[in-house]
Design a protein around this ligand. Structure first.
Ligand code: SF4
Ligand code: SF4
Length: 383
């Protein structure tokens, strides 16, 4: 076991990273009781905190990389410990040493791809806008109402390109004057920051901010709660502020303003999954449900563990790039919850959630028993 020494190094890094609150931990263990990992295997954030306090952090195991930054434990902590920030601070040490054990290994390649190509998937920068071919989507210009920023997965992933295309179709139908940046867009950087690679996050953020400012962007529409979170709450660290809206919120606005008419029906039972970075981290719970409730024929059936108690899909904190072994996937549990609620469709509005839910669905005995949809895909069917 390689331990990081001396103790002072860990304490200094934790302090610099805003994780100084570690010292307030009184080891009550409440964080462990609400952590989704303890539904699938034993995991103790309390122990990680204890070890860090004594400078005994083991950077050669995967333990400190398990946290999906779901946000469930910090809101429960009676001592106000900044658990996520402190966990990320430990990862910074590991990243600095270049130690990415076991399932964490892919993070190294992801970082290289982000650095060279601006996306974590190893795809060509020039193809970033290819999802929009044939859809009358324009390049962004200053006179437009908003910039649509699909994010990496919607630009490149075959399943998620459908969400980007549904979004563009809806915006066109509603008469929204919007554009995209195409190859001038970079990954927002949210998830790589959670792996502790602060320098790479800053580089991506600065490149995006430069592109936004040069293009005259004021309002940004996003499809990913991770882009939403970082543009809204983290980019202001660079002394800039853009108006940021998530598509679930914007759909609600378009319908309320009478710009988007839902003329068709969708006679299905639908459960809505609250993505951690839209719900717990940013308090957006009602608008996605309001949108779904306005669809004729659609019956919204709630699962257990919703709103602020939503069960994480397992994809945050950089875990989207790490293999989680079968039997330990939170998304399998979530699909079982949706099925138990009687849902025929599990709807959400996050590319990481959709990726994990689709993987879990394929693993079901009857993979046709439930569909996974982004809210925009449902709305596209009824306009
Ligand atoms: S809930 Fe807070 S005080 Fe309790 S063990 Fe966890 S971090 Fe420490
Ligand atoms: S943030 Fe979520 S995944 Fe991370 S330790 Fe807390 S409850 Fe567990």
């Amino acid at each position: 076991m390689e331990t990081v020494a001396p103790l002072q190094e860990i304490i200094d890094v934790i302090k610099e990273s805003g994780g100084d609150g570690f010292k307030y931990c009184y080891q009550c263990g409440l964080c462990d009781t609400v952590c989704p990992w303890n539904r699938v295997r034993s995991f103790s954030m309390r122990r990680i905190i204890r070890e860090a306090t004594f400078g005994l952090t083991d950077i050669e195991t995967e333990e400190m990389w398990r946290c999906t930054t779901c946000g469930n434990c910090p809101r429960q902590c009676p001592r106000g410990v900044k658990i996520i920030e402190a966990g990320v601070a430990l990862r910074r040490i590991s990243t600095e040493y270049g130690v990415f054990p076991g399932a964490v290994g892919p993070v190294k390649g992801v970082a290289a791809s982000l650095l060279g190509k601006g996306n974590p998937l190893g795809e060509d920068r020039e193809k970033r806008g290819a999802w929009a071919e044939g859809l009358s989507v324009k390049a962004f210009s200053e006179d437009m109402e908003l910039l649509y920023f699909p994010g990496c997965y919607l630009c490149y992933d075959p399943r998620l390109k459908k969400v980007a295309r549904a979004t563009a179709a809806i915006l066109n139908k509603a008469g929204v004057n919007f554009g995209i940046l195409g190859e001038r867009e970079n990954c927002c950087g949210e998830s790589i920051r959670k792996t502790g690679d602060e320098a790479l996050f800053k580089r991506l953020a600065r490149e995006n901010i430069k592109a936004f400012v040069e293009a005259g962007v004021h309002k940004i529409l996003v499809s990913s709660p991770h882009c939403y979170h970082t543009f809204k709450n983290e980019y202001p660290e660079f002394m800039v502020k853009f108006e940021v809206v998530h598509m679930a919120q914007y759909l609600c606005e378009l319908i309320e303003q009478g710009r988007l008419e839902l003329s068709g029906g969708y006679a299905r039972k639908v459960s809505y999954h609250d993505p951690c970075y839209l719900g717990r981290h940013n308090g957006v719970y009602d608008q996605p449900r309001q949108v779904l409730k306005q669809v004729a024929g659609l019956e919204l059936v709630e699962m257990t563990d919703t709103f602020e108690n939503s069960l994480c899909c397992g994809g945050g904190g950089g875990r989207i790039w790490m293999e989680t072994v079968k039997g330990e996937r939170f998304s399998d549990l979530r699909l079982a919850q949706a099925t138990a609620a009687g849902a025929q469709v599990l709807a959400t509005c996050c590319p990481y959630c959709i990726t994990h839910f689709e993987e879990s669905r394929i693993g079901l005995e009857d993979s046709d028993a439930i569909e996974i949809k982004d809210i925009t895909e449902i709305i596209q069917e009824v306009i």
